[in-house]
Design a protein around this ligand. Structure first.
Ligand code: COA
Length: 221
């Protein structure tokens, strides 16, 4: 049974851990071992009764454990992924037993799909994406690597979410639009036209209101 460690012991890491535990409860083969966190003050503590085993470097000495990311900021996910892969870490893919994944959909390594999600026909979640509770990806939607799609989002058919984009809670989209790489769509927005890369877009209909020039400058949300 694969042993899994959640890298990130904050609030999102806890949600990811509970998704792993739900798998174990229904007999799917993932065993939660604990958490990792680079923040010294969290190391040695317990979260949900599981130990915070150490910083990310712990992975190099434990090749038997698979890793899943518990961060919700796409740039933090990208950055952590470079480190994990550099030390030979391998990814767990975590899908809640109450998520519905079409047989023709693809879910790549390291993704987390939470309870209540529907991933429809031909949809594709690329490496290390994070799809939070009750989100619907309609037919042929594609979510780029490291992207985070938060709770109760409705991505219509053939929507493209670029690498490292963040789609806030409750966003809905028109079919076929593209959300640019490393962009942020604010909570509650309705996307009816493409969102350019490297910007924050808000409102109904969503409009860019702030630009930045690199993923490193992607703001917190
Ligand atoms: C859009 C967001 C990223 C903030 O972006 P920002 O560039 O830092 O924006 P600010 O907070 O400086 O606010 C700028 C203006 O936009 C407004 N605004 C912020 N977020 C908004 C949103 N989602 N929808 C509409 N207006 C919004 C603010 O009220 C403010 O208006 P004002 O100038 O009239 O006062 C953030 O509000 C957001 O929606 N984050 C996603 C949250 C989320 O989904 N979290 C899930 C975690 S579980």
């Amino acid at each position: 049974m694969p042993e899994v460690v959640v890298y990130g012991a904050g609030v999102m890491g806890r949600e990811v851990a509970e998704t792993i535990l739900a798998n174990a409860d229904c007999g799917r083969d993932l065993t939660l071992v604990g958490f990792l966190d680079d923040a010294r003050e969290k190391q040695g503590k317990h979260v949900l009764g599981y130990p915070v085993l150490g910083p990310g470097e712990w992975i190099a000495d434990h090749p038997e454990c698979q890793i899943v990311l518990g961060f919700g900021h796409p740039w933090a996910r990208y950055h952590a992924a470079q480190m994990v892969e550099a030390v030979g870490g391998t990814w767990a893919t975590v899908i809640h037993p109450q998520a519905v994944i079409s047989p023709s959909a693809r879910v790549d390594v390291g993704c987390v799909v939470f309870a209540g999600c529907i991933v429809s026909a031909g949809a594709h979640l690329k490496k290390l994406t994070y799809v939070n509770y009750h989100t619907v990806l309609s037919h042929d939607a594609v979510v780029g690597p490291y992207a985070c799609v938060m709770a109760q989002v409705a991505l219509a058919g053939c929507v493209r979410v670029g690498e490292g984009a963040f789609v806030g809670t409750g966003v809905s989209t028109r079919q076929g639009v593209t959300i640019g790489e490393w962009s942020i769509v604010g909570a509650g927005a309705t996307v009816v036209r493409d969102v350019p890369p490297f910007c924050t877009a808000i409102g109904v209909p969503a409009q860019p209101h702030r630009y930045y020039s690199s993923p490193q400058e992607m703001p917190a949300f």
